[in-house]
Write a protein that binds this ligand. Structure first.
Ligand code: A2P
Length: 329
């Protein structure tokens, strides 16, 4: 069974509405997970250099492509320009490194990973100030970076280009200053953080939304703990309304959370490295939510941001950082 539902982007390209998220997966986990995912019918894989697993993903893709088990044109591979390389002159060398690691000639979607930019040391580690806060590069120029992103389409290194974690104002600025409109904004989006204003704006502007952390990204707890951020995270799969709707359809809470996202015309990239959960997350096309159920889920919004980047202590000093809350400094 392949994930045959697609969203047509503003450039006519088609993006599968369910992809596999690969954040927080070790090399070993991800190789197995990508193998299982491709066998289960996933064709859309979301990765990024900061996840540290492009090489492992590349090895699996090469095996599948060389064996003729999948055609390149049937895959939908997304990767991102990392915050440490969010500068015009770094766009082309950085995508070329990702392509080398993924063992591909092009990606289907290349995203500017974050609106902010961070400094690193020559050994690749983050730079910190005396108080242990990440050093931010305040010279970030989205419009100049975007002009370089546009060249990737012309040179064939990326079929589509977009952004991630961009606010409405940041997307609007690009729309006013671009030759190629962003095709995608990948943002945190789930029942507890619906970001209606941003989602509606992007939809009206024909910028597709991809929802990351669609299941609440419990795994982020370890990043937070490593950075000394103490915070309880909600369990979206334990919300009574979600559980009740799941029971009514004989589906799981995760499947209800995903169906709600794709029914609103948004792409979802649930992360799993577990075979049965991977299959479950793709098996969301055989039931429908009623208008009443959709309304119930829409009413759950609590503006709870799970991925607030507080694990990058000090990131809020960047002028383009817009996720300030009680957990960021
Ligand atoms: P695992 O990899 O062990 O399946 P998100 O996509 O929002 O970041 O959430 C991913 C988290 O949710 C991971 O901890 C993942 O764990 C878990 N997860 C993924 N799919 C399911 C599912 N169908 N049911 C329960 N938990 C899931």
């Amino acid at each position: 069974m392949a994930s045959t539902k697609f969203l047509t982007l503003n450039n006519g390209e088609k993006m599968p509405v369910i992809g596999i998220g690969t954040w927080q997966s070790s090399d070993e986990e991800i190789e197995t997970a990508i193998d299982v995912a491709l066998s289960a019918g996933y064709r859309h894989i979301d990765t990024a250099p900061v996840y540290g697993n492009e090489k492992a993903i590349g090895r699996v893709l090469k095996r599948w492509l060389d064996a003729g088990k999948v055609k390149r044109e049937d895959l939908y591979i997304v990767t991102k320009l990392p915050p440490i390389a969010n500068r015009p002159h770094e766009v082309e060398p950085t995508i070329k490194q990702s392509l080398a690691d993924l063992q591909l000639d092009y990606v289907d979607m290349y995203l500017v990973h974050t609106p902010f930019t961070l400094f690193i040391n020559p050994d690749g580690s983050f730079q910190f100030d005396d108080e242990g806060r990440v050093k931010v590069d305040k010279s970030t120029d989205h419009v100049a970076v975007w002009a370089e992103m546009e060249k990737l389409v012309a040179s064939g290194l990326a079929k589509s280009i977009g952004v991630s974690n961009f606010s409405k104002e940041q997307v609007a600025r690009l729309l006013k200053n671009c030759k190629i409109r962003p095709a995608n904004n990948q943002i945190e989006h789930h029942v507890y953080l619906q970001q209606r204003d941003l989602v509606d704006f992007c939809k009206a502007e024909n910028v597709a939304i991809t929802a990351y952390s669609p299941l609440g990204s419990k795994g982020i707890a370890k990043f937070n703990a490593a950075a000394g951020v103490q915070r309880d995270l909600p369990d979206l799969m334990d919300i009574p309304e979600v559980k009740q709707i799941a029971e009514a359809h004989k589906k799981t809470p995760a499947q209800v959370l995903l169906r709600w996202i794709i029914d609103t015309g948004v792409v979802a990239i649930p992360k799993s490295t577990n075979e049965s959960r991977l299959k479950q997350n793709l098996d969301v096309f055989d039931f429908e939510l009623s208008a009443e159920e959709v309304a119930k889920l829409c009413a759950l919004d609590k503006n709870i941001r799970i991925c607030d980047f507080s694990f990058f202590r000090g990131v809020e000093q960047h002028p383009e950082f817009t996720f300030k809350n009680q957990f960021t400094d």
